[in-house]
Design a protein. Structure first.
Length: 678
């Protein structure tokens, strides 16, 4: 059977290597520890000839256990023979054995496998755009469960082709391999749970690579190398050895000088990528190398992942596994001349004549493996070269340790600073709230004026504005206090028509001096209803409009507020023609205390707005372009209108250089206050 688009595929997940895919091109397809198997799997829990994949008479594909010692399992159940279906989870051996993912056809594009009770797994193609998971019908994957937020999580494709999962501040949380995450890069085989208890179980599958990074080593047992030494046997890392005169020569002294320079260079690097690039460049300058690759262990998956490479070549899986397992440096001066490499197909196919592989460690922690090779010339490496590379690997490990500590310290520092800010803010808000209530109590006297002049529309409008400002000031302080305490908001919700709410709010805001210096346009493209807390939605809208005012120049600023309905969601857009937000800063606008307003901003407004909208089971989004402007969008679940329809209202209003004016439609009596204010 030749390889084809319909060939079944096995993803190898539970090994010392990053996940890789193998096509099942012939039957029977054997799996086991022995090198003669179609898929050699060197693991202590895997038998020499463990299992085989066969094609049955009816054309189905099945997994058959070959009387293995550890057993074979499909979806957690022990089997002797089991028909395989797309998405089946296979485990060879007991707990800790090799895990495989069976696909009945290759993955030409990344997708999710959705597992549901009493149903076969379904493939959900991810594509290049955002893939949103949630309860709302407009999500790419809709999960009907009360524990799932309307917009629960999203998967985005990065520029390098990788996929990243982000939790959208969901109520139930998002989990990858049982670990709660805010954001995580996905690897093939990762299991995603939506909320707990899981309302949806998904498995991420990446596209098949056209060529595997690692060749298939076919030796029955892991091949040994010509020389294997530990760090204690390395003269650069053992002062006792360097004290002996016989162990010191001119080459060692030159290597010692190069090691000193390289150590200083590596310790100044600010990132893993920069460190790897600098290290490989120095090794290529010091040694006759054709190929080098640095693999670092992923702390979440425990798998080795390539973080940098140089030149052309292909590493040997067995050599890397030996270095990782025994923490020794390995050298072979000529792989073809060494009989122990005779059946190691990956080295033969890569035509490597000499190899060096060393562990990367910082003493306390194993970080990964550095693999180097010369593809043409045997005998180019000596024991001093292996010792030198091992010493540089120790320096690289210490540099990685420092980078990790710096990252953790910064994260801790940011957390402490934010906690301190929140604690201080909570105390300040409690004090301000007390004083503010005492001062604002005086404004209650305007009610007497309102009662004294009940038929004066100007008095009615101004007193209403004063009372509205009093309520908003108190509610704002309370919202900040709840934010500082990280307390969930408890709102009272009612059914409201959104159009009159927006018209009333804009009419009240139009007395703002700064707002009068901008052109304000309101358009109602629909008449949606929503179940909301009116005061809280008004608070969010006022903050977004005020942000638009701050972002636009007086006299030339234009702000457009529009209301509509899209896919069952009421939409409110607040767009401006301001300076815009740079792309690199756009993801940060939601961070607490981050502000682009300098001393004039607190960095809390947008985060509070988002919390308010999400408490309404809605979503707040932002798009911006430098030099063009910014648009914020509030999405709220649309509700059915009451039995009696609301009276018709004007289609649009416009403010130009001062007070707004209504579009050319007749006003209705209920709009008297709005007409006069506009």
């Amino acid at each position: 059977m030749s390889a084809s688009a319909s060939s079944p595929t096995l993803w190898v997940l539970g090994s010392d290597l990053p996940p890789y895919a193998v096509e099942v091109t012939d039957f029977p397809f054997t799996l086991g520890r022995h090198g003669s198997n179609r898929l050699p799997l060197r693991h202590m829990d895997v038998s020499r000839y463990h299992a085989e994949i066969v094609k049955l008479d009816n054309g189905d594909v099945a997994l058959r256990d070959l009387n293995s010692s550890g057993g074979s399992f499909v979806n957690g159940e022990p089997i002797t023979e089991k028909r395989l279906a797309d998405g089946d989870d296979i485990r060879l051996g007991k707990a800790g054995g090799i895990h495989l993912l069976y696909l009945d056809s290759p993955a030409t594009e990344a997708f999710l496998l959705e597992y549901a009770p009493d149903k076969p797994p379904q493939r959900k193609r991810l594509g290049a755009d955002k893939f949103i998971i949630g309860r709302n019908p407009d999500c790419q994957l809709t999960l009907k469960s009360s524990s799932v937020s309307r917009y629960h999580a999203e998967i985005v494709r990065l520029a390098d082709g990788a996929y990243r999962l982000r939790d959208l501040n969901s109520i139930g949380g998002t989990y990858v391999n049982d670990q709660s995450i805010r954001e995580a890069e996905l690897k093939t085989g990762d299991v995603i749970a939506i909320s707990k208890p899981a309302a949806g179980r998904l498995r991420f599958v990446g596209a098949n690579r056209p060529l595997p990074l690692f060749g298939e080593d076919e030796a029955e047992a892991e091949p040994e190398t010509t020389l294997a030494i530990s760090e204690r046997q390395t003269r650069f890392l053992n002062p006792d050895l360097m004290r002996e005169t016989a162990n010191v020569n001119a080459k060692m002294l030159r290597r010692l000088s190069a090691l000193y320079d390289l150590s200083h260079q590596l310790m100044t690097q600010a990132s893993q990528a920069a460190l790897t690039e600098s290290w490989l460049a120095a090794l290529f300058a010091a040694l006759p190398l054709d190929y080098g690759v640095v693999l670092v262990s992923n702390p979440q998956t425990g798998q080795l992942e390539v973080v940098g490479s140089r030149g052309q070549g292909q590493p040997s899986r067995s050599v890397i596994a030996r270095v990782q397992k025994d923490r020794v440096g390995c050298l072979s001066s000529d792989t073809r001349a060494d009989a122990r490499f005779a059946s190691t197909q990956s080295i033969a196919l890569a035509t490597a004549r000499a190899i060096l592989a060393v562990p990367i460690s910082s003493g306390k922690r194993f970080w990964g493996v550095c693999y180097l090779s010369n593809e043409r010339n045997p005998g180019v490496f000596e024991s001093e070269d292996l010792e030198f590379v091992m010493a540089t690997a120790r320096t690289a490990g210490l540099a990685l340790e420092n980078l990790n500590l710096i990252h953790e310290l910064r994260a801790t520092q940011n957390m402490l600073v934010q906690s301190d800010r929140l604690a201080t803010m909570g105390k300040m808000c409690a004090s301000i709230s007390h004083e503010l209530r005492n001062r604002l109590a005086l404004i209650s006297g305007v009610e007497v004026i309102q009662l004294k002049y009940p038929h004066d529309p100007d008095v009615a409008r101004l007193t209403e504005l004063a009372m509205h400002g009093q309520r908003r000031a108190l509610e704002l302080v309370e919202e900040i206090r709840l934010f500082a305490r990280n307390s969930p908001a408890q709102y009272a919700f009612e059914l409201h028509a959104l159009r009159p709410m927006l018209e009333r709010l804009l009419s009240l805001m139009c007395v703002d001096t700064e707002l009068k210096r901008r052109t304000i346009t309101f358009q109602a493209l629909a008449e949606p209803y929503a179940i909301v807390n009116e005061a809280k939605i008004e608070q969010a809208l006022i903050n977004l409009v005020r942000n638009a005012v701050d972002a636009t120049p007086p006299g030339a600023g234009a702000i457009n507020v529009s209301l509509g309905v899209e896919q069952g969601m009421a939409t409110i857009h607040i767009a401006d023609n301001g300076h815009g937000i740079p792309a690199e800063l756009l993801p940060r606008i939601w961070e607490p205390f981050f502000t682009t307003k300098g001393e004039h901003g607190t960095g809390l407004g947008l985060e509070i707005c988002r919390r308010i909208v999400e408490a309404h089971h809605g979503r707040l989004m932002c798009s911006s372009q430098v030099g063009v402007g910014t648009r914020f969008t509030i999405l709220l679940p649309a509700a059915a209108p009451p039995t009696l329809p609301a009276p018709p209202r004007p289609a649009a209003m416009r403010q130009t250089g001062g007070l707004p004016t209504l579009a050319s439609r007749p006003a209705v009596p209920s709009q008297d206050c709005l007409e006069r204010s506009l």
